[in-house]
Design a protein around this ligand. Structure first.
Ligand code: ADP
Ligand code: MG
Length: 841
């Protein structure tokens, strides 16, 4: 190996290499060019109709109307472009937040950078749980084992050795002194001199990643797609109907004019009915929701997870670190007869890492320090061998050459340590009693043992082959996180089953579970028992189990499967390397931002930046809120399209001449301009309903436009239609020549109704005025509602009205419209009132 500069690259070197090699990424992000984006929007049916309508006006020799239409087209496109741009920005920002990071040494300092910023020559630090982000030489290794199955198909992890030269010394294609992108560090740590990045890596060369699946449409996407289709079909029927009626109505006009009139009215109705807002609402609400969650330490990696979160019915969480603080303290020490307490304390220190990061070992070394065993005094020998901790063994050991003898020191779960200790049955019973006592206090119990041999040759190959002298037991406490008890109660009230998963023993887990108020804590099931059950049996069993103890990550997969087989929507936490499959399989896989491994984060749908159980609960709550709001928005859009569509239908049927209709194409467009922002801004910002965590999780199969919502929407829509159409029709009857006035009356009622509707439909329980007051401090809401009112006044009184075939109203007329608009919507608050009264009785 050439001389290695352990200070890493300098800023200038990095910049130079960046210029030469580019970013460390597998494919260049293709950005959709601006004109293509606009083209996409223009090709939406809504805009095609608009443009056709504008062209017809030009053909008819009415450039004024044509021009107005075009102006509107531009405005609406601008709004859509801005909306899409904002959504893109939000999603990209979210992506950046969860982008993989890696530790490097640059300019002599270690810091974390985005993996895509790696350049050849960088010194990167990898450790257990990291997914290797670039190819490179191993220049420092500590227990470093890497699973390379993603490249080689070889399931067994490979021990890595130090690279002597840049040239490969072995015949094997895959080098042992080299790490490869996309492989997984299963144990240990190491320093890597980055050699190749991006598409130059072995992983990049095979281009496997390109085969990665397209994002699947979620159930909600599909539902909304279906809804749009149904509406489009109805629109088509209405369109034909209206076009035909118009054609025959205008029998006294020349044929060409009849055609034009009939096409125009058909277009009007189609524009009025195509619910192009539905998909927009979905993406805007979900991405804004994800953005708000990110600010609350909950990072959504897959957008649909926002909505699924609201349907969660089982919450399976790790005990240590999620329910408890993962801040341990040694609180009990028990020494077997004939053993010295001091030796027990010494041995538990020797069996810990010299530089521990496991909170339990930190606690043990702190205890040792306080009892005269400083690190210097403890670790003054030579470390000869390590038996690494595994989830299956649940114990570990260190072999020290110390005091002119070889000391094998072991600590781990009592079952495991007792298994390799020489203990007679009487003593075993005594030990079992102590374990039971400690466990019932909610303490984690660790057993400690030692074996002294005189030569290194006598040290057993595996930990299982040791024959220990049993020293005693340690009881460690790990307090529950603050607020966990309240959160769990909230979950249980919300019909969500909280399940605790732990590698710890069942009694300890049960004691802690009881402490935080988890229901049904007397029964638990262990990993060993799970192994004896078939999938079907496990499915039956999990119905009333809330504690899973002594499980390994492999068991988690089966636990998720069992719950899912029962039709539950399962959210599961995981932090280890082996948790990834279970996280992927769960409806919501939750990884830890602080403690978790990179692999678990990559497999997750949600990353908890603060590792806190409370954040999961508040995310569920937000998920429910967001779903509620989507539902409200869909309902609202449905309602408001009904009067527009019916108006477009009834005008021609009642034989009103085309030019005197309530809604000409331009007015439909105008209404769209008002409706879109109102609903996507006001409803998106609605806080949660007061009962949001008092009701059971929603049925994941439930339709977003449920029958109840459909009936409510149709009735609301009909009432608004009657109000606005009457205002228009009666005025037209009185002044047959003044269609402008009649139209303005009808339009004013519609817009006022729209303003009230968005408030009234903001909540299923609160009155419109209450929802308004709740957000009274929100400037954006004011902007939208105030803006709508200004637009309305401008339409009525500003000189532009003549362009739009509108006319000024008298104050009385305005008041009538306002009252009609209000009454046509606010009657629904009376129903809420009636419901409240009934409920109280
Ligand atoms: P949890 O699910 O509570 O995080 P773990 O899977 O980390 O549990 O640990 C399971 C069991 O393995 C512990 O109860 C303990 O008996 C044993 N154990 C964990 N970490 C260590 C360690 N560093 N040394 C010895 N034993 C350990
Ligand atoms: Mg642990």
């Amino acid at each position: 190996m050439k001389k290695i500069d352990w200070n890493g690259l300098t800023k200038e070197q990095v910049a130079r290499k960046r210029d030469e090699f580019g970013l460390n990424q597998l494919e260049q992000k293709k950005k959709e060019p601006f004109y293509l984006k606009i083209l996409h929007i223009i090709l939406e049916p809504m805009f095609l109709l608009l443009i056709v309508a504008a062209l017809i006006y030009f053909f008819l020799g009415e450039p004024k109307d044509g021009l107005i239409m075009l102006v509107f087209v531009v405005v609406i496109i601008a709004i859509e472009v801005i909306q899409e741009w904002k959504t893109d920005q939000t999603l990209n920002a979210l992506k950046d937040l969860s982008a993989p990071k890696i530790k490097v040494i640059r300019e002599g300092q270690s810091n974390e950078i985005l993996s895509q910023e790696l350049v050849p020559g960088d010194l990167m630090l990898i450790e257990e749980g990291v997914k290797v982000p670039a190819d490179g030489f191993v220049i420092k290794a500590n227990d470093l084992r890497i699973n390379e199955s993603s490249l080689t198909g070889e399931a067994e992890a490979v021990w890595k050795t130090l690279a002597e030269t840049e040239e490969s010394t072995s015949e094997d294609y895959w080098r042992e002194d080299y790490v490869y992108t996309g492989t997984l560090v299963t144990t240990g740590s190491g320093t890597i001199l980055v050699d190749k990045i991006g598409t130059k890596t072995e992983y990049g060369k095979i281009g496997k990643h390109l085969a990665s699946a397209e994002e699947e449409a979620t159930p909600l996407d599909k539902q909304i797609g279906k809804l749009v289709k149904v509406c489009a079909i109805i629109a088509l029927i209405f369109l034909t109907l209206v076009a035909v009626v118009t054609f025959f109505n205008d029998a006294d006009l020349p044929l060409k004019a009849r055609f034009v009139e009939s096409i125009l009215s058909g277009i009007t109705i189609a524009m009025a009915m195509i619910p192009e807002e539905f998909p927009v609402v979905l993406t805007v609400f979900l991405s804004m929701g994800a953005w708000r969650l990110a600010k609350k330490q909950s990072l959504i990696r897959k957008l649909p997870a926002v909505e699924t979160m609201g349907a969660v019915s089982v919450l399976a969480v790790d005990k240590t670190g999620t329910i408890t603080e993962n801040k341990m303290t040694v609180s009990e020490i028990w020494v077997t007869a004939n053993q010295a307490e001091d030796r027990l304390i010494e041995t538990m220190g020797l069996a810990s890492e010299t530089e521990p990061y496991d909170p339990m070992e930190i606690a043990m070394l702190e205890y040792d320090e306080a009892h005269g065993w400083s690190k210097e005094r403890l670790f003054n020998g030579q470390l000869v061998k390590e038996y690494p901790f595994t989830d299956e063994l649940k114990m570990m050991g260190h072999v020290w050459d110390r005091n002119a003898r070889i000391e094998i020191t072991v600590k781990g779960s009592p079952e495991s340590v007792l298994n390799i200790s020489a203990v007679d049955s009487k003593k075993r019973a005594e030990i079992a009693e102590v374990i039971d006592r400690f466990s019932h206090e909610g303490l984690r119990v660790i057993a400690v043992g030692e074996q002294i041999v005189s030569t290194e040759a006598e040290v057993p190959k595996t930990i299982e082959a040791c024959e220990l002298n049993f020293l005693g037991l340690i009881g460690l406490s790990d307090p529950p996180r603050k607020g966990v008890a309240e959160d769990i109660q909230q979950c249980q009230k919300a019909g969500i089953k909280v399940v605790m998963i732990t590698g710890d023993n069942g009694v300890t887990a049960g004691a802690i579970a009881r402490n935080v108020g988890i229901a049904n804590t007397d029964e638990f099931i262990t990993g060993v028992e799970i192994d004896t059950l078939t999938a079907e049996e496990l499915k039956e069993k999990v119905a009333d189990i809330t504690i899973f103890s002594r499980v390994t990550p492999e068991h988690k997969m089966r636990i998720v499967q069992a719950f899912k087989a029962r039709g539950e929507v399962v959210a599961m936490t995981g932090d280890g390397v082996n948790d990834a499959p279970a996280l992927k399989y769960a409806d919501i896989g939750i990884a830890m931002g602080k403690r978790g491994s990179e692999v678990s984060r990559e497999a997750a749908d949600l990353i908890l930046m603060d590792d806190d159980f409370s954040t999961i609960v508040s995310t569920v709550k937000d998920g429910r809120r967001i779903y509620d709001n989507i539902k409200k928005a869909i309902g609202y859009i449905f309602v408001i399209h009904i009067p527009i569509a019916l108006t477009a239908l009834f005008g021609p049927i009642l034989g009103i001449p085309q030019a005197a209709l309530l809604l000409l194409p331009v007015h439909v467009v105008l209404l769209e301009l008002v409706i879109d922002p109102t609903c996507s801004v006001v409803l998106e910002r609605q806080p949660s309903e007061p009962d949001i965590m008092d009701r059971p999780p929603r049925d994941p199969k439930e339709s977003i436009l449920s029958r109840g919502l459909l009936v409510k929407s149709v009735v609301q829509g009909l009432v608004i239609f009657v109000a606005s159409f009457l205002a228009y029709y009666l005025t037209l009857q009185q002044n047959p020549s003044n269609d402008e006035l009649a139209r303005t009356m009808g339009l004013a009622v519609l817009i006022v109704a729209n303003l009230f509707l968005v408030q009234v439909n903001s909540s299923n329980h609160l009155f419109g005025i209450q929802t308004f007051i709740k957000l009274i401090h929100d400037k954006v809401i004011w902007l939208i509602l105030g803006g709508t009112m200004l637009i309305l006044l401008a339409l009525i009184y500003a000189p532009i009205n003549s362009f739009l075939d509108l006319a000024p109203l008298s104050l009385t007329q305005l008041a009538i419209c306002a009252a009609l608009g209000m009454v046509s919507v606010c009657w629904y608050d009376l129903i809420k009132l009636a419901r409240r009264v009934l409920k109280k009785e």
